[in-house]
Design a protein around this ligand. Structure first.
Ligand code: ZN
Length: 469
């Protein structure tokens, strides 16, 4: 039973290094029992807290006729309305800077982070000291689950800025007692320096985005550095892009570095964002349900879908006092299963990762297309490079899908027409629509140190130009 909410964790606790689990009882518990004895009591406490402290929730739930004390089961919980990104943004606009769901006084806020705001008003995260302690505890526990130990050197190769990812990874590594190397990314010349430092200090764990890890490897080879022989990575873990959950990209990263590739990450709003994370067996991200409760719901009926089905991710904090998210509609598409994992953990899994954000999906001639599916096709064809760009235009009211790709290094011009043909055939088979492939010269597509911008939809521009005519 729940003794205390929010839970308090022993800050000096570390399992013995041979232990596969940070908390074996909790991680391997019968799922039904865990739901009844751990998740539900935490959820009820979190709901009462949010109702009491956050005007945003109180108003919303009153309007929906939902009272926290009436939620007696996980089925009842489905009555609680969703909260969307847009509602949060609006609430922060009206109640700056943290919104009326902040729940803690300013003196208790430890960290300020935020979204980039590329798709509208940025969202401000004000995380309390107590929450941060629980966040790093959760991250340490999950990183332990994919094999990070105290004698590992964890290289954080992503931006240290507003971006929550780097800080969350660093916090987890610190709590776990690993050697932390907060290297960052994005400054001029930093990739070359990263390569030299990796060669010199031999970090064993890498964190960043999948596209950046591949860029580093490419750059290293140009510098005459072999990512397998000259580096020493045994674990590479990622968030921020779906790549690490795409089979061909996962395989490519594992072969490139000779280490295991771990997919992780929900969204920044849900920090501890690592509660979607693979174990060392890489059978899809586990949903660490007793920290953040994840549901997959049908986008139309809005009802929870059974295991084996696809749905949209909805997340609920179970131990956040600052800016708790209750049934946050994250908008990612995934499929969930609950069959056993070789690791022994009894959490459900997302065996195909998060294969698309509803936001990333585009529709071309009536077909829904996820960029991650195109990526999987490209990386499954030998002779093609890792970078690509998807360009969507409209010609005479017809959508046109153009794909820019590069040949892999060392591929002679003689084989180019064959590669183009092969990719076009495969795309037609998988997507159901025709794509026109342009094979560019090697190294002409833009490389990124962060999330790659790979879809350029020019159809809006086309419509604008029509209006102007
Ligand atoms: Zn597992």
């Amino acid at each position: 039973m729940l003794n205390q909410w929010p839970p308090q964790y022993e800050r000096s606790y570390i399992p013995p290094p041979y232990s596969k689990f940070w908390n074996k009882d909790l991680e391997t518990m019968d799922p039904e029992e865990r739901e009844q004895t751990v998740i539900l009591p935490k959820l009820q406490a979190q709901l009462r807290y949010a109702y009491e402290k956050a005007p945003l929730y109180r108003k919303k739930w009153d309007e929906a006729g939902v009272k926290p004390e009436a939620i007696g089961s996980m089925e009842d919980f489905e009555q609680v309305p969703f909260i969307t990104k847009e509602e949060i943004r609006q609430d922060q606009k009206e109640n700056p800077p943290f919104g009326s769901y902040s729940c803690v006084p300013l003196k208790d806020v430890l960290r300020l982070h935020g979204t980039s705001g590329t798709t509208g008003r940025p969202t401000v995260f004000g995380i309390s000291t107590d929450d941060w302690e629980r966040i790093v505890e959760a991250h340490a526990r999950i990183m332990w689950g994919f094999g990070v130990r105290q004698d590992d050197i964890v290289f954080i190769g992503s931006f240290f800025s507003l971006y929550m990812g780097s800080w969350g990874a660093l916090g987890g590594a610190e709590r776990l007692g690993a050697v932390c190397f907060p290297f960052g990314a994005g400054a001029p010349g930093q990739t070359e320096r990263a390569i030299n430092w990796m060669k010199e200090t031999k970090p064993t764990v890498f964190y960043g985005t999948p596209s950046y890890s591949l860029y580093i490897a490419e750059k290293a080879k140009e510098m005459g550095v072999d990512p397998v022989k000259d580096f020493n990575f045994r674990i590479l873990f990622f968030s921020g892009e779906p790549g690490a959950g795409i089979p061909s990209t996962k395989k490519l990263i594992e072969e490139t570095y000779n280490g295991i590739c771990i997919d992780s990450g929900s969204t920044a709003e849900m920090t501890p964002w690592m509660t979607n994370c693979e174990c060392e067996y890489r059978q899809g991200m586990h949903l660490w349900q007793d920290i953040v409760y994840a549901e997959l719901v049908d986008p139309v009926t809005k009802r929870r879908v059974p295991y084996g089905k696809q749905g949209v991710t909805v997340y609920t904090h179970l131990e956040r006092t600052s800016q708790p998210m209750i049934r946050f509609w994250a908008g990612d598409i995934s499929l969930w299963v609950n069959d056993p994992c070789p690791c022994g953990r009894t959490y459900p899994r997302l065996p195909k990762g998060i294969y698309g954000r509803v936001d990333d999906m585009f529709t071309i001639r009536g077909e829904n297309v996820y960029p991650s599916v195109i990526e999987d096709v490209i990386r499954g064809i030998e002779g093609l490079g890792d970078e690509y760009q998807i360009i969507i235009t409209r010609e005479k009211a017809m959508d046109k899908l153009v794909l820019h790709v590069e040949p892999a290094k060392g591929v002679g011009p003689g084989i180019i027409p064959q590669l183009k043909q092969k990719l076009e055939t495969e795309l037609k088979r998988v997507l159901g629509v025709r794509a026109i492939v342009h094979l560019m010269e090697a190294n002409t597509l833009e490389r990124t140190e962060f999330k790659a911008k790979r879809v350029i939809d020019k159809r809006g521009l086309y419509e604008q130009s029509i209006k102007q005519e």
